[in-house]
Design a protein around this ligand. Structure first.
Ligand code: FE2
Ligand code: FE2
Length: 404
């Protein structure tokens, strides 16, 4: 691995080396060389697109043996051009160039390029969905009943985990609680899916969403299947679906223009899917759970990994449009809305009706006492850190340290 020449003062976490070749006019060049991966990343920051293009033209033939140029808008709303490269010493890496262009023509080119990329990525996800197609009616074997003498939800996902309450419960009480918390979790899924089916359907083949139609068709089909198998589980083994008592988040007047509304709706879908996915990943491989519970969670995770990948692309692309037209104040207000939504989503995991069904005394007091505990907030951080980190990379719309 190449040794760094000096440490960059502008970005202390990066390791720098001097500009190469005849490109000394580039104001800033640095190499990040993480020890955990045999990759090098060179970032070159310049405000001048011509300099960057010149640099690329000179660097690529001289120093790099491979080059595939990709251009996109970075999460900070600046243009980004990326190329993979292999150095003479065999090290591989990615060269990322950031710049702002004031030329309208340049912006249009970039938008077009970004749009084509989005279409390609969604087409790949759609074809993966088609080739992984399954029939939910034959995919699972539903046993007559599930025993109450086992956990129905992973221990570390229970709302009482890491509280003194869990120590006061007998193993039998804990299993009862896990049963009703799992019914609550699948019920929340059912209600969340109903909302996203409505919102995505409204945009299917609607103006501006033409290129998303194939992805949306697969998405809607899969979500319909998910809703069906979650409802089967609740009704077969819990004899009910918990009613939807979630706080509603109507999009207010100030966000009612179609692009802003769509950004909030798709961000909400993403937040909801990523939260659920954290639970699916954990339960899908928890050997303590019944095979059916593992299977339902694993199957859902498989589909959701595509929805999340596509959802992230859609959210980024919707934000790129807004970033150039909305004031900073309004963009910050979008972040506040999403943080409130994230908090409400996490808090819906604490359902007093669950505590009542599990036979715990004073269910409302129980909920209010545990939901704000520091140890529980630490669990919330684990549930949402992926999403917070993604939203933070979109222009810092949510701060990195945010915990619902
Ligand atoms: Fe789903
Ligand atoms: Fe989904």
């Amino acid at each position: 691995m190449r040794k760094p020449a000096f440490v960059c003062k502008e970005k202390p976490t990066c390791v720098c080396k001097e500009p190469v070749g005849a490109c000394k006019e580039i104001p800033h060049i640095y190499v990040r060389n993480p020890a955990y991966a045999c990759k090098e990343t060179i970032h070159i920051a310049s405000q001048n697109a011509d300099v960057i293009i010149l640099l690329l033209a000179m660097l690529v033939p001289l120093r790099y043996t491979t080059c595939v140029l990709r251009t996109s808008i970075s999460s900070a709303g600046k243009w980004k051009r990326t190329t993979n490269f292999v150095l003479e010493n065999g090290n591989e890496g990615v060269l990322s160039l950031f710049w702002s262009s004031s030329s309208a023509e340049g912006k249009e080119d970039m938008m077009q390029y970004e749009h084509e990329n989005l279409v390609k990525r969604l087409a790949r996800l759609t074809s993966a969905s088609v080739s992984g197609d399954y029939n939910p009616h034959t995919r699972f074997e539903w046993p007559e009943s599930l025993s109450d003498d086992q956990l129905w939800m992973s221990r570390e996902l229970l709302s009482v985990y890491d509280t003194t309450l869990i120590e006061q419960l007998s193993e039998q009480q804990l299993r009862q609680l896990s049963k009703w918390e799992s019914i609550n979790f699948y019920s929340l899924n059912i209600h969340g899916i109903r909302e996203l089916l409505v919102e995505v359907s409204k945009r299917l083949h609607a103006p501006g969403y033409e290129v998303l139609a194939e992805f949306f068709h697969r998405f809607l089909g899969e979500e319909n299947d998910h809703m069906w198998f979650f409802a089967q589980f609740c009704l077969r083994y819990g004899r009910k679906v918990y009613p939807d008592k979630s706080i509603k988040f109507p999009v207010s007047e100030e966000f009612s223009d179609p692009d802003t509304e769509s950004f909030l709706i798709f961000s909400r879908i993403l937040i909801f899917e990523e939260l659920v996915d954290h639970f699916n990943i954990c339960m899908g491989k928890d050997a303590a759970l019944h095979p059916l519970i593992r299977q339902i969670n694993a199957v859902h995770h498989e589909d959701e990994s595509r929805h999340i990948a596509g959802g992230r692309e859609i959210v980024k692309s919707l934000y790129a449009k807004l970033a150039s037209i909305l004031s900073r104040e309004k963009l910050d207000a979008l972040g506040t809305y999403l943080k409130n939504y994230m908090t409400a989503s996490v808090e819906s995991l604490y359902n007093p009706s669950v505590y009542r069904d599990a036979g715990l005394p004073d269910p409302f007091k129980c909920r209010n006492e545990i939901v704000k505990l520091p140890a529980r907030r630490e669990r919330h951080r684990k549930f949402t850190h992926r999403t917070v980190s993604f939203l933070n990379k979109i222009d810092g719309i949510v701060e990195q340290g945010f915990v619902p």
